[in-house]
Design a binder for this molecule. Structure first.
Ligand SMILES: C[S@@+](CC[C@H](N)C(=O)[O-])C[C@H]1O[C@@H](n2cnc3c(N)ncnc32)[C@H](O)[C@@H]1O
Length: 292
């Protein structure tokens, strides 16, 4: 579908303002594909017409629909499986020891899309039922897009979506067939809460007024299209929400290096990051003068 330069610019600006995501010139080809469904829905045959219907105040529903259509929601179960293997082999055993007293674990899946990432985590815990018996495992999945959160809350998927990452046996184990599709079983769903939230905004405070902190934060394939300043803001939000001894998990190939000084890679664990140790104060080259 043809799109005028003016419409492209308006859409890129709208997307950036609402989500922080950039739509650089070399990705603007996506606009035609992403918005063609909305054009059909509104019964019009050009994106320029769709954009002409938009006014920031009158058509907020349309603005939201356009932004949500432009977001990349690609996700699947056990994406980058090696990272989840590291989580199970190293991170969770450490947390099992350090949180043995409270028996509570909190995890935040940022930019969770339609829920597969949060569900992957729930499957890991449910697979080790005996180990986590008596623990409270709380997984929060958030995304700036209300439409994907709605899908995540429903927890119904097609066999094709499920089999992107899961074998047939796992599908039978974690899902039940319903008239609406294959629904995630209750034992997984009860560990997870899905909320609409923009990573660039503070998380809502807890009922007692304190800010939530998480033992593990996953922020995978969300920051790729932020500019440097927005990425730094996003990392600051994540760092503030991460427990002092917690772990940040990024997507394969993503890093904090050169982007924030608050989080640094964990040695020998690609994809995992921890709070950066504060730089040690340098020893003064000359002894400070004694105070008289
Ligand atoms: C490519 S998907 C990644 C999903 C999942 N984390 C994974 O790796 O499979 C990126 C998700 O980030 C969400 N997103 C983009 N900008 C966001 C923001 N500012 N705050 C929260 N979520 C955002 C998108 O809506 C999308 O669902």
């Amino acid at each position: 579908m043809q799109v005028s330069l003016a419409s492209e610019r308006l859409l890129a600006e709208l997307l950036r303002a609402r989500t922080g995501q950039e739509l650089p010139d070399n990705r603007r080809w996506r606009i035609g594909t992403a918005l063609s469904g909305l054009c059909r829905e509104y019964g019009i045959d050009s994106i320029d017409q769709l954009v002409a219907m938009f006014s920031p105040t009158r058509q907020s529903v349309l603005a939201r629909q356009m932004v949500e259509a432009l977001l990349n929601n690609e996700t699947y179960f056990f994406r980058d499986r090696a990272l989840f293997d590291h989580l199970v082999g190293h991170v969770l055993p450490t947390l099992a020891e350090t949180r043995a007293e409270s028996r509570t674990l909190t995890i935040w899946s940022v930019g969770c899309s339609t829920g597969q990432e949060a569900l992957t985590l729930a499957m890991l815990f449910a697979s080790q039922e005996a180990r986590w018996a008596g623990w409270t495992i709380s997984i929060l999945g958030t995304d700036v897009s209300g439409s994907v959160i709605e899908i995540a809350r429903k927890g119904c998927y097609t066999p094709f979506q499920i089999q992107r990452g899961l074998a047939m046996g796992e599908m039978m184990r974690w899902f039940e067939e319903t008239p609406q599709g294959w629904r995630v079983r209750e034992r997984l769903r009860r560990m997870i809460r899905f909320e609409e939230h923009n990573l660039l905004d503070p998380l809502p405070a807890l009922p007692g007024g304190q800010m939530p902190t998480f033992d593990i934060v996953l922020c995978r394939n969300v920051l790729l299209y932020f500019d440097a300043a927005t990425r730094e803001r996003a990392f600051a939000r994540v760092a503030s929400a991460l427990a002092p001894d917690g772990w940040l998990m990024l997507g394969a190939g993503e890093t904090t290096l050169g982007l924030t000084d608050r989080l640094s890679p964990e040695r020998g664990a690609p994809g995992f990051f921890r709070h950066a140790k504060p730089a040690k104060p340098r020893r003064a080259a000359v002894a400070p003068a004694a105070i008289a």
